[in-house]
Design a binder for this molecule. Structure first.
Ligand code: HEM
Length: 360
């Protein structure tokens, strides 16, 4: 879950940094200068923003790759349009990465290159930005959140305004050409709005964008967009891992993994256990987070009962009513691989979980 949030968060911050740097680059080219700042200081900001973007891009790609819920593959991070997950829209992100990589490599080799060639490659930065924006809008799970969409369209608006400023000052071009460029720049945010309304903001976009059916049905939070809410009641397999780390007088046990079947998605349990005289552990309290693959709700709740191989808890979406649920696990905990069953909306009838009365 942390990886998934980090992947999406780093993507958004990356877009902000790339936009800021592009705006700064265009403005400097257009003769803008911030107050008393010496030229080298402005250039240092430009360079450091570019470095920050590279670091964020690495975080974005590595977290996407390490997150088990989006089947992307390392090749797809380098070669555009080969990902099994949203091939075109993700491929645009990869294309943007390749363009940025070309600029970084030629900048490192700048002293060995003709200035003219370095400049030509540096222009690719301008191309990498719109490609990255289309990737963000087309593949981002959060595009349908008002503030995320507003932010993404805001980035486009900011760049369009800077281009208008820049073209307005470029008096070496004929007036007619400048007016045409300005109108095109002003129309771009509108075009992005119109396309988004017809595409990424429509329900069913996740499927049209090329999300694998397996991810839509049983695994990835990415399938959340445009899907129906989680069903009220289901039983599904759970596959994951359980780790334990010392805390205070006892241990914190973390169980996390994937729900296969039912509403799919990801389940995380954190248990605080105290050491009893004699060395055994007693679970004191626990919290549970469940993010179904379908619907956009996140369910959270507390563990209400613990028995060998079974945890009973209640889960509620934000502002909604709580549901009873149970996780049964076969085998020892902690372990690098654990499996069991998730009962959502009910508890198991067997000996481990038949104690449904405790879940209130
Ligand atoms: C300059 C390049 C890139 C930029 C600016 C960028 C930016 C973004 C942004 C803003 C999002 C939306 C996050 C959200 O909706 O919360 C996103 C999502 C994503 N990006 Fe990138 N990205 C870039 C390159 C890449 C590359 C090379 C990959 C390949 C591994 C990639 C894979 C993804 C995936 C899988 C998602 C999530 C899709 C989802 O939410 O379902 N991105 N990116």
């Amino acid at each position: 879950m942390t990886l998934w949030y980090l992947a999406r968060g780093s993507g958004l911050v990356l877009l902000a940094v790339l936009t800021a740097n592009l705006v700064l680059g265009i403005a400097i080219q257009g003769g803008w200068h911030p107050g008393a700042w010496p030229r080298f200081a402005v250039q240092a900001v430009h360079r450091n923003l570019a470095l920050l973007a590279v670091v964020l891009l690495v975080i974005h790609v590595v977290t996407i790759e390490l997150d088990p819920f989006v089947p992307v593959g390392w090749w797809a991070a380098l070669v555009p349009f080969v990902s099994p997950y949203r091939p075109f829209w993700l491929g645009l992100g990869t294309l943007s990465l390749d363009l940025i990589a070309a600029v970084v490599v030629t900048s490192l080799l700048r002293s060995h290159l003709r200035l003219r060639w370095w400049r030509v490659v540096h222009w690719l930065t301008y191309l990498s930005w719109p490609v990255a924006v289309l990737h963000s809008l087309g593949t981002g799970t959060d595009t349908r959140l008002t503030w995320v969409f507003g932010f993404e369209v805001g980035c486009v608006g900011l760049v369009a305004a800077t281009v208008i400023f820049r073209v307005g000052r470029a008096d070496r071009y004929r007036a007619g050409v400048r007016v045409l460029l300005m109108v095109a720049a002003a129309a771009t945010p509108m075009a992005v709005l119109a396309w988004s309304a017809a595409g990424p903001l429509q329900s069913g976009w996740a499927r049209r964008a090329g999300t694998p059916t397996t991810a839509l049905a049983s695994g990835a939070p990415a399938g959340a967009r445009g899907q129906p809410p989680a069903p009220a009641r289901f039983t599904a397999s759970f596959v994951g891992s359980a780790t334990s780390s010392p805390s205070g007088q006892g241990e914190t046990i973390s169980i996390s993994g994937r729900v296969q079947g039912g509403a799919g998605g990801q389940l995380m349990v954190s248990l605080v256990a105290n050491q009893l005289p004699g060395g055994s552990l007693a679970v004191d309290r626990g919290t549970v987070t469940y993010r179904p693959a379908t619907g956009s709700q996140i369910y959270t709740g507390a563990v209400v009962s613990v028995a060998p191989g079974s945890l009973i808890f209640r889960l509620a979406p934000r502002g909604g009513a709580s549901e009873p649920a149970e996780l049964t696990i076969s085998g020892p905990v902690p372990a690098s691989s654990v499996s069991g069953l998730l009962y959502f909306g009910s508890v198991a009838a067997g000996p481990a979980g038949g104690d449904g009365g405790q879940d209130s």
